[in-house]
Structure formats: C-alpha cells, structure tokens
Design a protein around this ligand. Structure first.
Ligand SMILES: Cc1cc2nc3c(=O)[nH]c(=O)nc-3n(C[C@H](O)[C@H](O)[C@H](O)COP(=O)(O)OP(=O)(O)OC[C@H]3O[C@@H](n4cnc5c(N)ncnc54)[C@H](O)[C@@H]3O)c2cc1C
Ligand code: FES
Length: 385
C-alpha cells in the first residue's frame, strides 16, 4: 500500500534509479554531485593561500599585513573573528591566531595587525622577515568573539589593551562602513600614547560618528595629554557611561588586563557570564596560576612518549603543543588558547595541568582527551596523536 502510494509521486522513478546507481557504484552520479561540498568549502575552507599585498607601519612595535587571496576569493567573516597563520620558523612548523582588523565589508583582503612579543617566535618572524609579495597560508575565519544580534544589546562596551584592539577595530570599521544601528563605547588602555594602535583613525571616527565613543586610557602620559589616565577602572567606566543598563560587555587584551579589569566589572555588578572574552594566546607564567602544584617547578623536566614510540623531554612550564612542534610533530591547531578544541590529543598515562575553566567537553574528559595547547606536563607522559 505504502509502495503504491510512493510510486504515484512525480519523479519517483528517477529517484529510484539514482538510489540504485548509488547502491551499485557507491557514488553519486547526479547533476548536483559535489555542489554542497563545494559551497561549504568556499565558505569554510580549511586552508587559504594568501599573498602579502601591503605592509603598514602602525607603531614602533606593530605592523598591519594586508593579505590577499591567491585565487582571488576570500571567505566572508564576522567582525571579531581571527585566522590562524601556519608558518615555518627556524625549521619548526607552527601556527598563531591573528584577529582580522579590517572590516568584513572589505572583501578584497584580510588585514592582520601584529604586535611584537619579546622573544616571540612568530610575531618577530612576521614583523622582520615577511615582505610584500610573500606567500602565507592560513585557516578560514574562526572564533565566536563577535557581535550577535540575539545575544547582545545594540550598545556595546569594549575594553581593549595592546594588540587586543584588533577585533574591535574590525567591528568599528564595519559599523561605520555599513551604517549599522549599533553604538560602541571603546575603552583602550595603553602604557603610552605612542604605543596605541589605530589611535588617529579611532579619534577621527569618534568625532565623525556619534555611534563611536572612543576613550583612550593612558598609563604614563606626558603632561600635554588631556584624556583619561591610569587604568580602566570601575570609576572610569562609571563616570564615562553613567548607567550601565542595556549594554553588553566585550574584553580583549593581554592576560594582565583580565586580571585587573574583570574584578573592576564585578564592582559594577556586571555578571561575568555576560562578558564576552577573547584570550590572546596560552597563559603566561602558568606556574603562577591557581591550582598549579607547588612542588613542580617550571623548569622540571619530564619525558613525553608519543604513539608508543618516539620520546622527547620537555619542561613543565612549556605547553605540550609547543613541545610537540619543537620535536617535529604537527598537531592541528587554531586558537592555541584552549578554546577551539582543534588540538585535542589522548592522554594515556601521566598527569597534566590544564588551567581552570579550559572548555574540555565532558566526553573528552571521560575518555582522557586534553587540549594540548594549554596542557602542561606534571609527570612523565604517554600520549596518542
Ligand atoms: C584569537 C586570537 C587572536 C589574536 N590576535 C592577535 C592580533 O590581532 N595581534 C597580535 O599581535 N596578536 C594576536 N594574538 C596573539 C598571537 O596569536 C601570538 O600569540 C602572539 O603574536 C605571540 O606569538 P609569538 O610566536 O611571537 O610568541 P611565542 O613564541 O608564542 O611566545 C614567546 C613568549 O612570550 C609570551 N607571550 C606570548 N604571547 C604574548 C602576549 N600576547 N603578550 C605577552 N607575552 C606573550 C609567551 O608566554 C612566551 O613566553 C591573538 C591570539 C589569539 C588566540
Ligand atoms: S588550538 Fe584551540 S584549543 Fe588548542
């Protein structure tokens, strides 16, 4: 009865034929074959080939690299997202995340804005070695640090420090380019005025658009400076904004900034779960973190045995992912700050330290998977890649 009914539908015979062909050859011979995969790959490519089109000197320690697609097409992104560059430096293949600082309305390129980190492997390579015309590879745009019209209010308060300005620059450029009905109050903390990235452009946009309220906060200004000084405290936020009702909070910057600013937001009664945060890399000085066992020193050495064969030694204070890369073992990674779970590996034996709050899935915890970018050996380890 059911079969008779089905046979009455238009196109039934063609569909049956396609099912038979698929069953027989285990493949899809339809006209649409591969189209969905093609669309998905255009929107979410695993790898993008890029050419450095321009390098812009922003401050003494910061440059913007303008990256153009080699094939002429770049996937769209949400302002606030990042790409993960894959590079080889000193014979070590590794990756680092950089937020896109250009506006999503600009589809011809991605700008990334890189600040030098003392002794940093990739930032120094990008700033000193990369030239216009060079080729780089990256992931597609990633991350959840972006405005969401359902979750966020139309008025957003952004707290930025150092290179943490980059995702906000993209958001602000998009709002002003596209005339989006959103207001941004941007508090940007910096040691000196000369260190501030995009200061000129932000000051101009703030004058030109009533929706952009730019508040630089300088730690050590010279006597000419008339703006806010010191740190981004609860008082500075309160006296600038007055009422905090109906505003969403975003924060991005070095780890010292979270340590300082989150308690300040607590004082203002802002629920931490409502603060959108972006970590710019693995924890610095992990041995100072809450929960680190006092008997283990950062320089203590442990053996890591991989897939039951290769072994190497590493320090307790070194993230496992970095140690694996130093030993020629490539593990896929994106954020390198514990968030995306791309670098998960199986811990078969031994103990690691992962900072509290690392978002490891319940099932991963149960079966011994760890995020290697924020896992630190506390024992001799046995792992599976
Ligand atoms: C989502 C995301 C977006 C990011 N966007 C940007 C961006 O737009 N611009 C940008 O410049 N960086 C950005 N970063 C940081 C970037 O990915 C690298 O971590 C940074 O460039 C340092 O890499 P490195 O190889 O030079 O240093 P590494 O060789 O990895 O580190 C060297 C030493 O410096 C310490 N260190 C690492 N990072 C920092 C830091 N940020 N401040 C102080 N000390 C540090 C490490 O603990 C280590 O001891 C982002 C990170 C994430 C996760
Ligand atoms: S690379 Fe994202 S969690 Fe490790």
């Amino acid at each position: 009865m059911k079969q008779e009914l089905l046979e009455q539908f238009e196109g039934y015979d063609e569909i049956r034929r396609e099912i038979e062909i698929s069953r027989k050859f285990g493949d899809d011979f339809s006209l649409e074959k591969g189209q969905v995969a093609e669309y998905v790959n255009r929107l979410h490519p695993s790898l993008i080939n890029l050419r450095v089109g321009k390098i812009i000197e922003e401050t003494a320690s910061t440059k913007t690299l303008r990256l153009m697609a080699v094939n002429g097409y770049l996937p769209p992104f949400q302002a606030g997202q990042y790409i993960s560059l894959s590079v080889e430096v000193d014979m070590v293949r590794t990756g680092r995340a950089y937020s896109i600082s250009s506006s999503p309305s600009q589809t011809g390129y991605y700008d990334i804005t890189v600040r030098r980190v003392d002794n940093g492997r990739v930032s120094n390579f990008l700033l000193d070695k990369v030239k216009v015309g060079d080729f780089l590879q990256s992931s597609g745009p990633q991350g959840t640090f972006h405005y969401h019209p359902i979750l966020h209010q139309k008025e957003i308060v952004c707290l930025a420090g150092g290179s943490g300005i980059t995702p906000f620059m993209s958001m602000i450029r998009e709002i002003t380019d596209r005339g989006l009905p959103r207001t941004v109050h941007l508090f940007y903390g910096s040691r000196t005025l000369d260190d501030m990235i995009f200061h000129q452009e932000l000051s101009q946009l703030s004058e030109q658009f009533s929706s952009i309220n730019y508040i630089p906060v300088i730690e050590g200004p010279d006597c000419e400076y008339k703006g806010k000084t010191g740190y981004i405290t609860a008082e500075v936020i309160q006296e600038t904004l007055g009422s905090l009702a109906g505003k969403s909070f975003f924060i991005c910057g070095p780890q010292a900034m979270y340590k300082f600013c989150l308690p300040e937001l607590d004082k203002l009664g802002i629920n931490r779960r409502k603060i959108k945060q972006e970590m710019f890399g693995p924890p610095i000085n992990i041995w100072e973190y809450q929960g680190w066992p006092s008997e283990i020193k950062a320089e203590d050495r442990f053996t890591v045995r991989v897939n039951g064969s290769k072994s190497f030694e590493t320090n307790a204070g070194e993230p496992l992912l970095a140690a694996l890369e130093d030993n020629g073992l490539v593990v896929p990674s994106l954020c390198r700050s514990g968030e995306c779970s791309q670098c998960r590996i199986k811990l078969v034996a031994g103990r690691v330290f992962q900072p509290e709050g690392t978002p490891v899935r319940k099932s991963d915890r149960k079966y011994g998977y760890i995020h290697s970018c924020v896992s630190y050996p506390l024992d001799n380890l046995e792992i599976l890649l």
